[in-house]
Design a protein around this ligand. Structure first.
Ligand code: ADP
Ligand code: MG
Length: 252
């Protein structure tokens, strides 16, 4: 089943056409990777999908529903979340609080406000705390739960950012270069965690990543973008075996 469908999306910045009839689909339950030279439009495509940059033409569908002109919070509520490339966290607050603040309470209400306005607040608070601890366990961050987020390494912050989006119990996550600038050991851990989310939680992941060894080990399907278009697609083996792959990938 196609969970996400991008249909001939066009995005211009001034006179620059950054997405030029981009089309692709992401199947439910897969780890799908998006690669391409710098400036080929990968991050812009994520911004369009997530409603941060409106498409000039074309449509985006999630679970069969047209979400093209939805604002990000509505897309988030539909079950599609974006992990920011530069984590957006409250540095003064512990990891646990960052997770609690990210959780939408049923109605999408702020959980802190809900504590004061809802009669069942204790019950909800407990459920949220349980969920946050489950996420911490999954990311192996439990021992750091009360540590101010500002004290974490870059890689640990990425994990917390992934944890933040997991609090919404999403169906699918977009992750832009999850391991960029992270030491290789932690980078593998981040990928192992993403793979675990796929395998144990049935999560669908759409990931921008340019390191080929990572694709081989973790991706089920790969799209290669060049100048705002998808130019190659297939399993990692198929795409990497294509005679044009390296020329395009290197931006030559
Ligand atoms: P990638 O993620 O593949 O490296 P991007 O999507 O970030 O590429 O950028 C594609 C092109 O769009 C680049 O030429 C970039 O300079 C341009 N671009 C991206 N965002 C903006 C913006 N907000 N305003 C103007 N140009 C932009
Ligand atoms: Mg980018």
């Amino acid at each position: 089943m196609d969970l996400l469908v991008v249909d001939r999306v066009v995005k211009n910045f001034g006179g620059l056409r950054v997405l030029n009839q981009t089309s692709l689909t992401v199947k439910k339950g897969t780890v799908t990777a998006l690669v391409g030279p710098n400036g080929s439009g990968k991050s812009t495509l994520f911004n369009v999908i997530y409603g941060l940059a409106p498409a000039d033409e074309g449509e985006v569908y999630f679970q069969g529903k047209k979400i093209t002109r939805y604002p990000p919070y509505r897309i988030y509520r539909e079950g599609l979340a974006l992990a920011f490339q530069l984590p957006r966290l409250f540095d003064q607050l512990p990891i646990l609080d960052n997770l609690l603040l990210a959780a939408p309470v049923n109605s999408g209400e702020n959980p802190i406000r809900a504590l004061f306005t809802r009669p069942r607040w204790q019950e909800e608070e407990r459920a949220l705390a349980r969920q946050a601890y489950e996420v911490l366990e999954l990311l192996e961050l439990t021992p750091l739960a009360l540590r101010p987020t500002g004290q974490l390494s870059g890689g640990q912050r990425k994990l917390v950012e992934i944890g933040r989006v997991l609090m919404a119990k999403p169906e699918m996550i977009l992750v832009d270069e999850p391991a960029a600038g992270i030491n290789p050991v932690l980078a593998r851990k981040i990928y192992a965690t993403l793979k675990k989310l796929q395998q144990e939680k049935g999560l669908t992941l759409f990931i921008i990543e340019h390191r080929l060894e990572v694709l081989f080990d973790f991706a089920d399907y790969v799209y290669l973008m060049d100048a705002g278009r998808v130019v190659l697609e297939g399993t990692p083996e198929e795409v990497l075996a294509h005679p044009d792959f390296y020329t395009i990938y290197a931006g030559e």
